[in-house]
Design a protein around this ligand. Structure first.
Ligand SMILES: *Cc1c(COP(=O)(O)O)cnc(C)c1O
Length: 365
């Protein structure tokens, strides 16, 4: 099976992990600190706080922002459930807003006045432009779900620099732009938020050495959401290759656009001038998606659907949405199909995908 996404590891990555295994620290230690500084520097943010997963990072961000019962948090229906759960974990109420048909990202011109926070998702790695003129109402808190978008840019710089947001959350799951196995990160320019995030990921503990070197107090209900030095070593090695990965993903995306030019397939939104697409996914629209999906899977092509929308799940189907409705999200969901895309995908594998899609489309007409 050609997977839709996978990690790209080399001998340097493996050696970096082995080095940590031979040292003194396995749990959160100096390598986590180094990885945090590398990510902060890469995206141009003042602080980066590592977490055990992207989901934990989102939970931490929602808590650090002070969101809780009575707060309404808006996001896109076309996302992984973890985006919405970040609001639910802290007792806030999530609501969804339709996507823009041209970008497949949340339509910021539909954010209602009662919104307390928005979690935009940079779907497939195409950044949402969060500049002030895009919003019908810009709430006091903006948390980017940037799980797809490490390495992507807007005209205001790299995603994660928080030019128009309070925090940005990343995931290092193996299919994401770089991996630590499991892992996540929050970036911010606000030192108070950074301090709260550090406290939250480690039981709410605050050390008080003025009362003895051993002394600490638990100031909040925190969690154990720490990353290990083993994971951070992998991340630190991977981030050195991030620019190459993104360049390769863009090259493969261009190649798909050429290969699929004459097929009855709607191409994904491309990056406007001044943007760099992260191409976490190459998701196309096809009519008769269920049949095309099965035919490609039967040919060992690991297509996938991103995502079953938030309001389709039993756990979140009572979620409210903002007028006028979710028509664009339903249209995209009904036809969307992620084709294989990762830095080690070969041109001949891409051709196999194109041939399989062509055959499947021929049968359909
Ligand atoms: C992967 C992902 C997450 C969660 O990240 P994990 O590291 O798997 O917890 C959250 N939001 C989106 C959009 C994602 O794709």
């Amino acid at each position: 099976m050609i997977p839709y996404g996978r990690q790209s590891l080399d001998d340097d990555d493996i050696a970096a992990v082995v080095d940590v295994l031979k040292g003194d620290w396995l749990t959160q230690g100096p390598t986590v600190g180094r990885f945090e500084r590398a990510v902060a520097e890469y995206v141009g943010a003042e602080h980066a706080i590592a977490f055990s997963s992207g989901t934990a990072a989102l939970h931490g961000a929602a808590w650090a922002a002070g969101l809780g019962p009575g707060d309404v948090v808006h996001t896109t229906p076309l996302t992984f459930i973890a985006t919405v759960n970040a609001a639910r974990y802290v007792g806030a109420t999530p609501e969804i807003v339709d996507i823009d048909r041209n970008t497949w990202n949340i339509d910021l011109s539909l954010i209602p006045d009662h919104s307390d926070a928005v979690i935009p998702v940079h779907y497939a790695g195409l950044p949402v432009h969060l500049s002030p003129e895009k919003w019908s109402h810009k709430p006091k808190i903006v948390i980017e779900d940037a799980a797809h978008a490490l390495g992507a840019h807007t005209p205001d710089g790299p995603v994660g620099n928080c030019a128009h947001s309070d925090m940005a959350c990343f995931s290092f799951h193996p299919v994401k732009p770089i991996t630590t196995g499991e892992g996540g990160m929050v970036t911010t320019n606000n030192s108070e938020l950074a301090e709260r995030l550090r406290r939250f990921r480690s039981h709410g503990i605050v050390r008080k050495p003025e009362h003895g070197e051993w002394y600490y107090e638990v100031e909040d209900l925190g969690y154990h959401y720490r990353m290990t030095d083993i994971q951070a070593a992998l991340g630190l090695s991977q981030i050195k290759k991030l620019d190459k990965f993104i360049a390769r993903r863009n090259e493969l995306a261009d190649q798909y656009r050429k290969l699929l030019e004459n097929l009855p397939v709607e191409m994904p939104p491309s990056a406007p001038d001044g943007f760099l697409h992260g191409y976490h996914l190459f998701a196309v629209l096809v009519s008769d998606r269920e049949r095309v999906f099965s035919e490609l899977r039967a040919r060992e092509i690991g297509v996938q659907v991103h995502y079953v929308p938030v309001h389709h799940h039993p756990s979140t189907k009572s979620i409210k949405h903002t007028p006028p409705g979710l028509g664009n999200a339903e249209t995209v969901y009904g036809q969307v199909l992620s084709l294989p895309l990762h830095p080690r995908l070969t041109e001949s594998e891409q051709e196999q995908v194109a041939v399989a899609l062509e055959t499947a489309s021929d049968v359909g007409t």
